[in-house]
Design a protein around this ligand. Structure first.
Ligand code: ADP
Ligand code: ZN
Length: 617
């Protein structure tokens, strides 16, 4: 049989069919940066590579063109668990889509195959192994029958060894380019490094691809770094400003995950643990509970993440440093995918980096490259300056904003120390005076002039540095020491009781103050009495004019509808749309259709229910 060119979307009168599709099916008024160019490449059948951060809107770049081109678009996606949600979401928008995977029942499969023959779908999701296995006949069959419109490869970095998530099955995709001449091949990834990008193009054999790399700045994320002093309290303070909101807390070990999840549960938080030590069933159950909003918080090791498509994650806390800024950006990036404000807090101490060096060296993995990555994140944590600027420039991008309005530095929560070199020299000198044989706590006591038993018994109260920094608090002292460690002026040696030593640079700085030119040190500014931490500009703006009570009622409606229909709540509406509804309070279906995120299908399908919630009746 043959697949005729049945174009589902026909609207010859419109000047800009892609924009029309965006509005009609998704209810979005405009393209995000990069989307138009990426969609054009797909429509024109040129190979392409699109690099946008998580939440940047990559999926739409193959979903919208699939409505415009004849035939079915194949989407390669690594996670079976995500396919169903993607397809449910598309269906809710009125876009006919399906998936095929090994976990399906035979009659379900037959139904999809029948649908393919009847040219019912615009998009078909497949796992990469389907291309080689039985798919090795399936895809050419589709192609020869003239029914294949283009191929989109999602999470394309999985093909590269240099990526953080290499998957051997992705390597089979390398044969596609030559076996499917004339079919556009399009790769999508959120991986920012140039090496991975180049590798994707090479491995897939993309021909003269249109390459589009978007900005990696996530302006809606508020970044904070907190020196760890009382972690349990620090975490509670963050949770207190996110009551009833979704969030992820990353802990370094399974033991810490279990302990924190248990104590939060006891305090009444709706929370689940997630790590590789749980059974598959438990992991799935916890992941589902988070996705369908029956819990708010997941406490997890880094095992949790890639499969998580909940877009309204309002905070991500790292209770301990990840091993690189790449990891940090990946994990923190799971917050705020809907574009609304979200808070990312890194709670960190120098011990975290010691621990990483230790773990990596025990595994024989502490290469120079790994060391360098650790140093980079250590410096990020210790740095004084805009976090957005730091992160973006780390990934090789210029940052043009002065004040980001969404980091601890720009919100004035950090304060630069007036004479950093002098302060640094006092600390370095104390380390030298105690013979480079004591830890940070002891050195801090000496400098702050604390007559502890340890200080007295060693005669350290007679040193010239004793009491030199009496006015500095314990937390600030610890913070300064961590910063000197991060800037490579001090190092910590020994386990389990690390002592502070001067590095070569530290010794040089002690001899000659000029060496320390350009050093900056920061302290946390104490919040004014009665005022909590500041809100980011994005947050203030996105809540402006929103009726909060109505917003909560709409969330309730969303959860009810989701449960009735057996889909995750975000398939019904994103938070962005709920806030718009609670701001604009549309009174009729035509008004409703104007709201962000309400396409024609959703207005028909959910409109009456929404109007009932908004206006009673
Ligand atoms: P990615 O795949 O890059 O992580 P998604 O495609 O999942 O990002 O998009 C993130 C969110 O942004 C989704 O909720 C999506 O519907 C929304 N989105 C995408 N494009 C637009 C747009 N042009 N206008 C408004 N919202 C958009
Ligand atoms: Zn900033």
């Amino acid at each position: 049989m043959r697949f005729g060119p049945r174009v589902l979307y026909t609207h010859p009168a419109v000047a800009d069919p892609l924009l029309d599709i965006l509005q009609r099916y998704w209810g979005y008024a405009q393209f995000r940066p990069g989307q138009r160019e990426a969609m054009d490449a797909v429509v024109q059948g040129r190979d392409s590579l699109l690099v946008l951060p998580t939440g940047g809107g990559k999926s739409l770049c193959f979903q919208a063109p699939a409505l415009l081109r004849p035939g079915v678009a194949l989407v390669i996606s690594p996670l079976i668990s995500l396919m169903k949600d993607q397809v449910d979401t598309l269906t809710a928008h009125g876009v006919p889509a399906a998936y095929l995977n090994s976990a399906m029942a035979p009659d379900e499969r037959r139904r999809v195959m029948q649908g393919l023959r009847e040219r019912r779908y615009r998009l078909l999701y497949l796992a990469p192994e389907r291309i080689a296995g039985e798919g090795s006949t399936f895809v050419p069959w589709l192609h020869e029958a003239g029914g294949l419109s283009f191929m989109a490869i999602d999470e394309a970095h999985c093909i590269s060894h240099w990526g953080h998530d290499f998957r051997p099955e992705y390597r089979q995709l390398g044969a596609l380019r030559s076996s499917l001449p004339g079919v556009g091949l399009h790769a999508f990834t959120a991986t920012a490094t140039a090496r991975v990008r180049e590798d994707i193009v090479a491995q897939l054999g993309l021909q003269d691809p249109v390459t589009l790399v978007g900005s990696f700045d996530r302006a809606n994320l508020l970044y904070r770094v907190l020196p760890r002093h009382a972690m349990a309290t620090q975490i509670r303070q963050i949770l207190a400003r996110h009551r009833g909101e979704a969030g992820i807390i990353y802990c370094p070990t399974r033991r810490e995950v279990d302990a924190l999840a248990a104590s939060l549960a006891k305090e009444g938080y709706r929370v689940r643990p997630y790590h590789a030590g749980l059974t598959d069933d438990e992991r799935h159950a916890h992941q589902d509970a988070f996705l369908n909003e029956s819990v708010d918080i997941v406490v997890a090791t880094v095992a949790f993440g890639m499969g998580i498509d909940r877009s309204d994650v309002r905070f991500v806390i790292h209770a301990g440093a990840p091993q690189s800024l790449e990891h940090y950006q990946q994990e923190a990036g799971r917050a705020g995918r809907d574009g609304l404000e979200a808070e990312c807090v890194l709670i960190v101490s120098s011990g975290d980096f010691l621990r990483w060096r230790d773990i990596l060296s025990k595994n024989g993995e502490l290469t120079d490259a790994r060391q360098g990555l650790l140093r980079d994140i250590e410096r990020y944590a210790a740095s004084v300056g805009c976090r957005h600027r730091r992160l973006v420039s780390y990934f090789g991008e210029a940052y043009s904003k002065g004040d980001c309005g969404a980091c601890d530095y720009c919100l004035g929560e950090l304060e630069a120390v007036p004479e950093p070199a002098t302060l640094a020299r006092k600390i370095l000198s104390a380390v030298a005076r105690v013979g480079q044989r004591y830890g940070a706590a002891h050195v801090g006591q000496v400098l702050r002039g604390q007559l502890s038993e340890a200080v007295r018994s060693r005669g350290h109260d007679t040193l010239s540095v004793f009491g030199l920094l009496r006015e500095v608090s314990v937390d600030d002292m610890r913070g300064y020491t961590d910063q000197l460690l991060a800037f490579g002026l001090l190092r910590q040696v020994g386990d389990p009781y690390p002592v502070l030593q001067l590095t070569e640079a530290g010794a040089a700085g002690l001899r000659d103050a000029a060496v320390l030119d350009g050093l900056s040190l920061a302290r946390q500014r104490k919040p004014e009495k009665g005022s909590g931490p500041k809100k980011s500009r994005v947050e203030a703006e996105s809540w402006a004019g929103v009726d909060r009570e109505l917003f909560d009622q709409l969330r309730g409606m969303r959860q009810r509808l989701a449960r009735e229909r057996g889909v995750p709540p975000y398939v019904i509406f994103h938070d962005t749309t709920l806030r718009e509804l609670a701001r604009l309070k549309p009174t009729s279906l035509p008004e409703l259709r104007e709201v962000y995120g309400v396409g024609a299908r959703k207005a028909d399908d959910l409109g009456p229910e929404v109007l009932r919630v908004l206006h009673g009746g």
